[in-house]
Design a protein around this ligand. Sequence first.
Ligand code: 4NP
Length: 180
Amino acid sequence: MATIGATDVQRPVSVLFVCLGNICRSPMAEGVFRTLTKTDKRVGKVDSAGTGAYHEGCPPDPRTMSVLEENGDIDYNHEARKVRSSDFKDFDFVLAMDDENLHDLLRLQIRLVRNSGAHAAPAKVMLFGDFGGKKGEQVVDPYYGARDGFTIAYEQMVRFSSGFIEQVLQDGDAEEVAGK
Ligand code: 4NP
């Protein structure tokens, strides 16, 4: 379990994956991460959401599901939802798929802190790709493209998830990882 906050309290780490529509990339990230950490007691709540509400209530894109199923990640259901203020309190990590998602999330978090006081939104908001070995790697939106965009994204999800597990769960200092 990671050490979180100034105190040395150790508890399971919760993670929210975020993209724009919450039907392609972030549900794929959630599905992959859930599979890789299925029996891992160091992991708590795992979910995904979108910065936009276009597809609220919809299941993941069929291409996301087929890539997950092709790789054995079949035990997964999700309904798209928009990011909410409470996410910044309920999750230790909020992980964006691209720079635009990251920008939107940081703006939301700042607004929330301004409105309700310091420490109201302690989540570490980062680019998921920062865990892949190359700082700043983004997951390109595959929605309007061909299926291979989804297979490329899948490879990234596996690599980023493995990096997260190694850097946050095994190394154990979430504050240091987040650069705070
Ligand atoms: P996602 O992909 O952000 O990876 O879920 C998208 C899905 C839908 C739309 C954009 C991106 N859309 O504009 O409807």
